[in-house]
Design a binder for this molecule. Structure first.
Ligand SMILES: [NH3+][C@H]1C[C@H](O)[C@@H](O)[C@@H]1CO
Length: 608
């Protein structure tokens, strides 16, 4: 499940290295407008509301003035998102727009470089030919050395003595390292790769809260997130920072394709976080907006203008799309969801796309017409809750198969104190996932898998956090400019997702589950059996497995996540405290496996 929270997009998965690259959403003339930008050599910089901006989407420019007394190199630099990684041998793609005021010229060229924390030049190039019209300049910068740390910068300088008093306006800077699958405007490789390693089957995006807008005027409007970056205005995100929307609808879809995930795409459903609902009289405008969004994804480029945009931007064929979520957590405004919003979107979208599966986001059991066939349920709780509720969906009377099928679209152990699930660290909130929490999540997931005739998907949330800007913890993967920290919960997601059966095997047990929990499945393609186990207790426990119907191979693989400290975490200071270990085990039609204390285990067996 992805949304731009904790700088998980801008400053995270989205590989742009420059923070505040286009001065979106800032107030000209303020110091905040210059976030991440600083002058070099006495250069004078300020953000102005440009009377002739680079585009209507980007009204602000960086105005650079060379002091009249300049004698040496002067300019400015960007320090990235709490730093930026510069690695020897990598080629960085830099670009920016520049314009000279009328009737002026620049003597010499602009030097564009990557500089280390003590000013050493790590990469450098020059551009020239500035005119009094906006023009985009691009250059590749190959690093001849790595930065000693993350405190590197992207710098532009001119010869001060030759250009005293000169002014240059700049906008829409950009600096990309090589990206995941080398996608233009793509993803950061050391975050995208661990996500791909989970072998996820779907990607729920773009929210979560971040689709809803703090107000109706600022909802996530997909049309502002496609096309050339210079035409993307960005928007005030719902987690306290402005979203550049450089990571937009097409980038999300390309990422799905590059990782083999299918999108579970949300559409704005007319509820925003200030509690407002789009009035019924206006709702059909937003339904059409959603239909256009879906046409961008799966429409026929030869007949639909929004599908034609997809083709124009590089993807003529439709993407795969099976599920569309109508809003996010609309249980906050069940009155309007029940009164008209759900029906407007469900009926409108289903008429246009009969094949799509539309997911409700209101409470389970809320009477909606038409009745939803799919629903997204969220839960943030304590380890004890997840263990006690591992059979939450087992009851057919409470959850009939004829009722809505379930996406557990957000779940995580957030705290050890049930009266403080969303509170501060001081009252039990987790800063990073703990082994105890991850064992509980795995116990719950084993239950979801046993009930996968009702539960069609599950995903942990939130996915990512930049440790310099966390609005929500814990998160599955944490990172800063140079490091990525895979949590114990990350390993649980990976162990469960990468070892996946297609058929659940019914088990009987001589003793009830607890403190051991399990789910057994087989993969009829690979002829594998997966036994996913948790031991929630603090003592190892021997488990004898007896396969009555299958001829099991005499050896198998056991992947184990455990630690003697039940509260152990992977943190920036100790990122690999708890990592899975894999070993060969003796298996067969009947064998005993000693389940380690406080552990998550996946046994991968073969069958004839
Ligand atoms: N409060 C959670 C519920 C919402 O859908 C997400 O944006 C938040 C963080 O995962």
């Amino acid at each position: 499940m992805f949304e731009d929270i904790n700088h998980s997009g801008d400053g995270g998965l989205y590989a742009e290295l420059l923070q505040n690259r286009a001065f979106q959403g800032v107030t000209p003339g303020t110091s905040a407008a210059l976030t991440a930008w600083t002058a070099v050599g006495g250069g004078q910089i300020s953000v102005i509301k440009d009377s002739g901006p680079v585009s209507s989407a980007l009204p602000n420019s960086l105005q650079f003035i060379v002091p009249s007394t300049a004698t040496s190199s002067v300019g400015f630099k960007n320090t990235g998102y709490w730093g930026m990684k510069v690695q020897q041998g990598l080629t960085y793609k830099a670009s920016f727009y520049a314009k000279l005021p009328s009737a002026s010229s620049l003597s010499g060229s602009i030097t564009v470089s990557l500089v280390g924390s003590s000013g050493q030049v790590l990469a450098s190039g020059t551009i020239s030919g500035l005119t009094t019209a906006w023009k985009q300049y691009q250059l590749s910068l190959t690093a001849t050395a790595s930065g000693a740390n993350a405190n590197n910068a992207f710098q532009l300088t001119v010869d001060g003595a030759q250009n005293r008093g000169k002014t240059i306006n700049f906008s829409m800077f950009s600096l990309f390292p090589p990206t995941f699958k080398n996608r233009a405007n793509g993803m950061r490789t050391d975050i995208a790769q661990p996500l791909a390693d989970i072998k996820p089957s779907f990607f729920r995006f773009p929210g979560g809260n971040n689709i809803e807008g703090q107000s109706i005027a600022t909802f996530w409007n997909w049309t502002n997130t496609i096309g050339p970056l210079v035409n993307r205005p960005g928007r005030p995100g719902d987690w306290g920072y402005y979203n550049t929307d450089g990571l937009g609808l097409l980038e999300y879809l390309n990422f799905c394709e590059d990782t083999g995930m299918e999108p579970i795409m949300a559409v704005y459903a007319g509820y925003s976080l200030d509690g407002s609902s789009v009035p019924q009289a206006d709702i059909n405008k937003y339904v059409q907006h959603a239909i256009n969004q879906i046409n961008f994804v799966i429409g026929d480029a030869s007949t639909n203008q929004y599908a034609a945009m997809r083709s124009q931007y590089g993807h003529p064929t439709p993407f795969k799309l099976e599920y569309v979520e109508i809003g996010n957590e609309d249980f906050f405004r069940e009155d309007t969801y029940q009164a008209y919003r759900w029906a407007a979107f469900k009926n409108g979208i289903q008429a246009a796309f009969p094949q799509l599966k539309l997911i409700s986001t209101a409470s389970y059991g809320l009477k909606l017409s038409p009745a939803p066939s799919f629903i997204d349920l969220h839960v943030y709780q304590t380890p004890e809750w997840f263990i006690q509720n591992n059979e939450i969906y087992k009851s057919r009377s409470a959850y009939p198969l004829t009722g809505p099928h379930i996406l557990e679209g957000e779940f995580a152990v957030t705290a050890t104190n049930s009266s403080c699930l969303y509170g501060p660290i001081s009252c039990g909130r987790l800063d990073f996932p703990s082994l105890r929490g991850s064992v509980a999540e795995a116990t719950f997931m084993a239950g979801l898998e046993r009930d996968s005739n009702l539960v069609f998907g599950a995903c942990y949330a939130p996915l990512l956090q930049n440790i310099n800007s966390a609005q929500w913890t814990p998160d599955l993967v944490s990172f800063d400019a140079t490091n990525t920290i895979l949590s114990t919960s990350y390993y649980v997601q990976q162990m469960f997702s990468a070892n996946r059966g297609d058929t659940i095997l019914v088990t009987t047990a001589s003793t009830p589950q607890n403190p051991l929990f399990w789910v057994v499945s087989k993969n009829s393609q690979t002829k594998q059996v997966f036994v996913k186990l948790t031991n929630t207790g603090t003592q190892a426990s021997a488990l004898t497995l007896n396969f009555t119907d299958l001829t099991i191979g005499s050896s198998g693989q056991a992947t184990v996540l455990t630690n003697s400290n039940y509260n152990a975490k992977n943190t920036p200071q100790a990122p690999r405290t708890v990592v899975p270990t894999t070993s060969t085990i003796t298996a067969g039609k009947q064998f005993t496996y000693n389940v380690p204390a406080q552990s998550v285990v996946v046994l991968a067996l073969t069958y004839a």
